[in-house]
Design a protein around this ligand. Sequence first.
Ligand code: HEM
Length: 315
Amino acid sequence: MPTGLGKTIFSEGKQQIHTHALKVKASDLERRNRVPTDLSELLKEGTKESHDRAENTQFVKDFLKGRIKEELFKLATVALYFTYSALEEEMDRNKDNPAFAPLYFPLELHRKEALIKDLQYFYGEDWKEKIECSEATQQYVDRIHHVGQNEPELLVAHAYTRYMGDLSGGQVLKKVAQRALRLPSTEEGIQFYVFGNISSAQQFKQLYRARMNTLDLDKNTKEKIVEEANRAFRFNMQVFDELDKIGKSLAEAQDGGLPVHDGKGDLRKCPYYADKLGPSCPYQGTVALAKQPLVQLMLAACVAVLAGAAAWYMM
Ligand code: HEM
């Protein structure tokens, strides 16, 4: 039996398999260790932490759970209207600028007209007189205008942060909002989330990434774009935090603003403390009333009458 030959073939085969495995591992490692240079990859990697933080803001978490009141959703729509008005104004301004031109997709992406429809739905025809730009939104808007007019090579960061997000997580939010607010199935009120001229969000995002990678940018500018995208995420989070605060005050107002507690603990921490708003705290209000001499006299009289009635009944 040609065992020797068999052994040789076997061991050669083993060697070959081993070498192949090493090659696969090496190419895997290479891929993993490769430092990305494409803008699309740099942005994805460089904003990962910001994305996690944005997803974990209280406003977004509540929204995802369907805990959003119509009043707050309307204010979020207002914030988006001012943001996209600024963004799209600056994109129009830079549509022929080679630093932005490959990313100019007004038909597919622009949201201002859709947001106007949503605002008409929620506020009526005179929506413009009923809305105003909040403080946090104004800061975001100011930055977008500054970038569009003074550093147009950074505009891509703002477009990326919003539109790629709208085509991704935005689609989840659309369904949540529709269900939570019982909006009509005709998609009124959520036109913002409807991209009628994009048949596949996934494919469009691929095209957008490819276009971002065609921009002629040096390493330093790419880094500045990633930095600007993180700044854009921060602006979004500031708007979310502002909305969260408004949402909390709306909830208190809707609950009648009368939190009931047992009167234990530091009274000054009660937001309805008498010094601020008079005796509107139900517990402290009752205690304060019971301490009035006239009320005490009336209470004593009531107790005496009740005791008399009870004694008469038991006779
Ligand atoms: C409601 C919470 C959110 C969810 C569930 C969510 C979900 C997602 C998912 C699944 C992707 C990956 C899509 C893909 O690779 O095709 C994605 C990408 C993205 N999201 Fe979000 N997202 C949320 C919030 C946000 C927010 C608040 C922003 C920014 C304001 C944002 C901006 C982005 C961007 C820019 C991308 C593209 C990443 C890339 O491929 O380069 N997202 N999101």
